[in-house]
Design a protein around this ligand. Structure first.
Ligand code: HSE
Length: 439
């Protein structure tokens, strides 16, 4: 039996999990799949983890010792970030090695360049762990749903923000308070920007949309808005109207192009995604043949992410161990679909205004909305007990994003408005299945 040799770069939380899983399942893989996985080299900044994992004898602090090792078939890159991860990919390809990676930041922006290089060198990139961690959705889109045109990929792809929003909803707390507690408990990073401002979810939806729609969606194409402006009042109002607020990553394959965005979203409280709470992730995929599907699981963490990495390794190893040719990276983005500008979005909106409690303010704000083409479906007003302000809540009929943006600017210009405190899109979930076959 030919062994399949692995080099691993990055022995942090996920890398340690990968080493554990490969060691734990080694004999089982030999017996059941005829695959003898061997970790030949490991690289990290210091040897502490390698000592703990019992692999100090194959350890190096120099990643080139891994990428240039002639015996290695597959390089696992788990250091994250753009550099030196890019150079690791390039050097591994130049040495004829496949790369398995969890690097969403890199792949969300540079997969086109890397896929081209992989193809030229006859090797593959596999990245199941880069989107929604342990949830096997990349291979599902690539293989299991091949009989479909994928219409929509939408979901909760960031555990930190879902944890924060869930606690705000359950305990009626404000964003800052829950964020501080989440940081104390280790659910949020000391620098929470990538999570709370939506960038992490943007990378993931860019990767999934690229694979699902077979077109190039770059992270920079994704309209991105985080959850800092969502308040306990918004969550409470949403609940009264029968909605939950989630940070959704949404990609729709529409006749006008790819509609791709990350933002706080009101969805019906009865929708499956609304019941995903805490740090869990879920990805909702609509194919024209299969209809609606949903995949739920852990989007982060040592073993869930390692589970996805090892799945990728085993799929490559199956070919290598049995002398079957691994098909080089193909040109996956052939469809070249345009990206729809956010200004073209048509949806309903929830608007929360903090206004002075004086005669005519309701008429003034309503007139601005009417003048800008925003039709109102509901108004409510509450007086703040300890200030001289009122909260005005509007729910709108379907409006165009560019009109809503003009209305926001016009509202902010009114003297009686203290703040346009939040504007939250109400997702048209019926549109997610547009184009599916009738069963
Ligand atoms: N920080 C991410 C999250 C996990 O909170 O889901 C890694 O992408």
């Amino acid at each position: 039996m030919r062994s399949v040799n692995i080099g691993i770069i990055g022995l942090g939380t996920v890398g340690g999990g990968v080493v554990h899983l490969i060691q734990r399942h080694h004999d089982d893989y030999v017996e059941h799949y005829g695959i003898d996985l061997q970790i030949k080299r490991a690289c990290s900044r210091s040897d502490g983890e390698a000592q703990k994992l019992g692999i100090a004898d194959i350890f190096s602090t120099n990643w080139q010792d891994v990428t240039s090792d002639e015996s290695i078939d597959i390089v696992i890159e788990l250091i994250g970030g753009e550099h030196p991860a890019t150079e690791i990919f390039e050097d591994a390809f130049a040495h004829g090695k496949h790369v398995v990676s969890a690097n969403k930041a890199l792949l969300g922006r540079h997969v086109e360049h890397l896929a081209k290089l992989a193809s030229e060198n006859g090797v593959q990139i596999k990245c199941e762990a880069a989107a929604a961690g342990g949830i096997p959705v990349v291979s599902t889109l690539e293989h299991d749903l091949a009989g479909n045109e994928i219409l929509t990929i939408a979901g909760i792809m960031n555990g930190t923000t879902n944890y924060i929003l869930s606690r705000m909803a359950q305990e009626g707390l404000g964003f800052d308070e829950v964020l501080a507690d989440a940081q104390r408990l280790g659910y949020a990073e000391a620098d929470p920007t990538a999570d709370v401002d939506g960038f992490d979810a943007a990378s993931k939806i860019a990767i999934l949309a690229s694979i699902g729609f077979r077109t190039r969606v770059n992270t920079d194409d994704v309209y991105t808005q985080g959850i800092r402006n969502v308040s306990a009042t918004d969550i409470e109002m949403a609940r009264e109207f029968g909605y939950a607020i989630k940070l959704l990553a949404i990609a729709r394959n529409t006749p006008q192009g790819v509609d791709v965005r990350v933002h706080p979203t009101m969805i019906p409280a009865t929708h499956q995604l609304a019941s995903v709470s805490g740090a869990m992730n879920a990805v909702f995929v609509v194919g024209d043949a299969v209809g609606e599907t949903m995949f739920y699981g852990a989007g982060a963490g040592s073993y869930p992410t390692a589970s996805a990495v090892v799945g990728d390794v085993m799929s490559l190893a199956d070919h290598i161990a049995h002398g079957k040719e691994v098909i080089p990276e193909s040109e996956p983005f052939g469809h070249n679909l345009p990206i729809r500008a956010i200004e073209e979005l048509h949806t309903r909106y929830y608007i929360r205004l903090t206004v002075e409690d004086k005669l005519g303010v309701l008429a003034e704000t309503t007139k601005v909305l009417a003048d800008d083409g925003i039709s109102i479906s509901h108004i409510s007003q509450t007086k703040s007990e300890d200030t001289d302000t009122c909260t005005l809540i509007y729910m709108t009929h379907t409006a165009k994003e560019s009109d809503m943006e003009k209305a926001r600017i016009d509202l902010e210009a009114l003297d009686s408005i203290r703040a346009v405190s939040s504007i939250i899109r109400i997702e048209d979930i019926e549109a997610w299945t547009e184009g599916a076959f009738d069963n």
